[in-house]
Design a protein around this ligand. Structure first.
Ligand code: SF4
Length: 384
């Protein structure tokens, strides 16, 4: 493309239809996309359901990581109906390891809504998509454009970076990004899917956060941040969020060779996953000893336990980083003495009651937080 002679001030006016800068950017992006489309399994998909699943999975997760999860998920739940009819427990189990479990819960809920409201057909209308559980502007734009060819932008983190640089935005507000992404999609005429994917792919490869390869960039001659020498300043950095350390204590409660799992509430952190019973994460250290754990087991779960012992060295203290805090979890072991929570013989009662006594040979059948997998392996080896 020719170098733009129309560089306007940062955060300038909305490009008009036919704007030469936008038209040239769009053409160059499409040419580049056509020449190097990434070999990602779902890029060849035409099934709106599968496109939707892939786009949700790819959020906050690297493409390379998603591939195997996508294959497993769509094999187990090949249609909207299959997902809607599935037990949430099973959905979470198949999702296990991908993190951000709210996405799986929303997918499951939205599948039910699609069956109920749209007879099992993923809607093409952006507003109808937006009304589904967990579907925001990005997912709606991606599904509408990629699955149905609707001229709707899809601005993820990569697109935010690319657009902020191409237009040298001092402030990249969602509204401004949406306007500029829309102008590029409109300039792509009947190829909104390719335009959205080209922008995202450029951000995922050439226009990387720290070391953009501007020398290899197909739109370098129209990049206003490159011309202005402000690439490193675009997009403006968000204030780093503080990430406090929170501590909690959990109990591995043994009973006749089985361990007590409790199901976390569906709403909230790690919702719907199985966990050891324990205290809520709070800022500050966990005191040695019970740390309120005995009372928690008695009051929240109606269980009386033997004195607590520090858990085995291999898994006594677990550290895990969530997006908004760091968890330090101290594990104790103990024995059940009395109280509710079903019987060991009735293991499958768990789904209905929220409690399950699980023998080590069945640990892996339960969807648990990623940070518990290693302790569970150790526990399995030293079962009581
Ligand atoms: S020229 Fe550099 S900063 Fe501009 S879009 Fe290309 S890679 Fe990104």
């Amino acid at each position: 493309m020719t170098a733009s002679s129309q560089i306007s001030p940062s955060d300038g006016p909305t490009p008009r239809a036919g704007d030469a800068h936008v038209t040239a950017l769009a053409r160059a992006l499409l040419d580049w996309f056509d020449s190097r489309e990434r070999d990602v399994a779902w890029r060849h998909e035409r099934d709106p359901y599968r496109i939707w699943v892939a786009e949700v999975m790819a959020q906050q997760t690297r493409v390379g990581t998603v591939a195997s999860y996508y294959a497993r998920f769509t094999e187990r739940f090949p249609t909207v109906f299959a997902l809607a009819e599935a037990d949430l427990d099973e959905v979470l189990h198949v999702w296990q390891g991908l993190g951000y479990y709210a996405r799986a819960r929303h997918l499951h809920a939205a599948a039910g809504q699609i069956v109920e409201r749209h007879g099992g057909e993923v809607p093409s209308d952006v507003e109808a998509l937006r009304s589904l559980s967990g579907v925001g502007p990005y997912t709606a734009g991606a599904v509408a454009s990629i699955a149905f060819g609707v001229a709707e932008p899809a601005v993820d983190g990569n697109a935010r970076r690319v657009i902020s640089r191409l237009f040298d935005l001092e402030r990249s507000t969602p509204a401004r990004l949406d306007t500029l992404a829309r102008s590029l999609v409109d300039a792509a005429v009947d190829r909104p899917a390719e335009m959205n994917q080209a922008i995202m792919d450029l951000g995922g490869s050439v226009c990387s956060p720290r070391r953009p390869a501007c020398g290899d960039c197909p739109v370098s001659s129209g990049c206003r941040a490159l011309a202005a020498g402000t690439v490193a300043l675009r997009p403006p950095r968000r204030e780093p969020r503080s990430s406090p350390i929170r501590t909690a204590a959990s109990a591995v409660v043994w009973r006749d060779g089985a361990v007590l799992f409790v199901r976390r509430p569906e709403r909230g952190l790690l919702g719907g996953l199985w966990d050891f019973p324990g205290t809520k994460p709070e800022e500050g250290p966990v005191a040695p000893g019970d740390a309120g754990l005995v009372e928690e087991l008695r009051d929240a779960h109606g269980i009386v336990i033997a004195p607590l012992e520090p858990a085995g060295e291999a898994f006594a203290r677990i550290r895990h980083a969530f997006s908004h805090f760091h968890l330090e979890l101290v594990l104790f072991e103990t024995r059940w003495i009395s109280g509710k929570a079903g019987s060991v013989d009735d293991q499958m009662a768990g789904s209905a009651t929220g409690y399950a006594w699980v023998t080590p040979d069945r640990f892996e059948k339960f969807a648990v937080p990623a940070y518990l997998r290693s302790p569970l392996r150790s526990l399995g080896q030293g079962a009581r």
